[in-house]
Design a protein around this ligand. Structure first.
Ligand code: PMP
Length: 351
């Protein structure tokens, strides 16, 4: 039997990203993108003479690092930029884990973590969340391995306070704790301030959600110089130019227009709270999400059935056929008018 792939890749079930169908125009509430365009500064920057696409980009992302350091209040050696935060997660799993250094994460969380473990041959421990999807920070102490926690978690949107994250970081000396803050701008509490205190904490951030740059692919890691040094070793060995010139300019422009993004996040939060209340009034159970999505189920209709019926009406949400959450759908918060269309389709379905 011919098999070109190595055993691990041959056996791997690849991560399945949210669908991006081409057959018609959908109201896309399935991949947690921002409904708002990037700041006008982004278009100005990338169409200007700085673009210089005949030249390689700066692998150290010097200007971007300086802008981020000033904005977040850390030192340049605390920062690394990557091609989306998925790439940062890849680098971190490669750098800090192997067959002898496993990792733990909640059993309901971002699906990529388990896929990375399968791909790199990393043993992983899934720690059960509560019936209400809550994470008990004590469960992450004494696990004898690295830890990754999405905070707010996906797809539940639930958020731990910084004090709980600090406890997890403190009770795992000598192990790396990765806190994935992809959704922190929508009401969560960031633990970036802990980076100065603990050398085993890596915070992962993305420009895909709050900064309307999902299409540009920009992620950022914040950690001790020691952790960032190892991540750079991987980055330079993997693809030193993983941030292209256009993305670098888009990122710089984003730092120049922070107000624009803060205002957009406020709008998303207002819409989220309104839609949450409307869903609850319709009898849905909805988690108390601090992210740019809601996670909801109803006794009146199954998760899969609702997903399919919404899809037929031109509204895409994300349904996960996974144990414990198949009754639910994850609904990205779009613009006010997109959410009106979603609620109208939902009413039609459940009545
Ligand atoms: N972390 C979490 C929890 C996510 O949901 C996502 C989005 N799929 C990512 C990281 C990756 O985002 P990106 O690669 O676009 O930065």
């Amino acid at each position: 039997m011919k098999q070109y792939a190595n055993e691990r890749i041959a056996a791997l079930c690849a991560y399945v990203p949210g669908e991006q169908p081409r057959d018609m125009q959908y109201i896309k509430l399935n991949t947690n993108e921002s409904p708002f365009p990037p700041s006008p500064r982004v278009a100005e920057r990338i169409s200007g003479e700085e673009a210089k696409l005949n030249l390689y980009p700066d692998p150290a992302c010097t200007e971007l690092v300086a802008a981020a350091a000033a904005s977040i209040g850390v030192k340049p050696e605390n920062l690394i930029f990557t091609n989306g935060s998925d790439e940062l997660l890849n680098f971190a799993f490669l750098a800090f884990c192997d067959a002898g250094r496993g990792i733990a994460f909640p059993d309901i969380t971002y699906g990529l973590y388990a896929v990375l473990c399968e791909m790199y041959g990393i043993p992983y421990l899934k720690i059960p969340v509560g019936r209400d999807f809550s994470i008990n920070p004590q469960d992450f102490c004494g696990v004898g391995r690295n830890v990754v926690i999405a905070n707010p978690n996906a797809p539940t949107g639930l958020c731990l306070p910084v004090s709980d994250i600090e406890m997890i970081v403190r009770c795992n000396p000598g192990r790396v704790v990765i806190v994935d803050e992809a959704y922190v701008a929508f009401g969560g509490e960031s633990c970036v301030g802990l980076v100065r205190k603990y050398d085993n904490l890596l915070v992962a951030r993305t420009f895909s959600k709050s900064h309307s740059l999902a299409g540009a692919r920009l992620g950022m890691g914040i950690g001790s110089p020691e952790l960032i040094g190892y991540l750079n070793k991987v980055k330079y060995s993997f693809n030193p130019y993983s941030i292209n010139r256009l993305t670098m300019l888009a990122g710089l422009a984003a730092f120049e227009d922070e107000n624009y993004y803060t205002e957009n996040c406020k709008k998303i939060i207002t819409t989220r709270e309104r839609v949450k209340a409307e869903l609850r009034a319709l009898g849905f159970s909805v988690t108390d999400s601090k992210a740019n999505f809601l996670f909801a189920r109803s006794d009146k209709i199954g998760g899969r059935e609702l997903y399919e019926k919404l899809r037929r009406r031109g509204v895409l949400v994300r349904h996960f056929d996974a144990p414990g959450i198949s009754d639910y759908n994850r609904i990205t918060i779009g613009s006010e008018s997109q959410m009106e269309a979603f609620l109208a389709a939902l009413l039609e379905i459940i009545n």
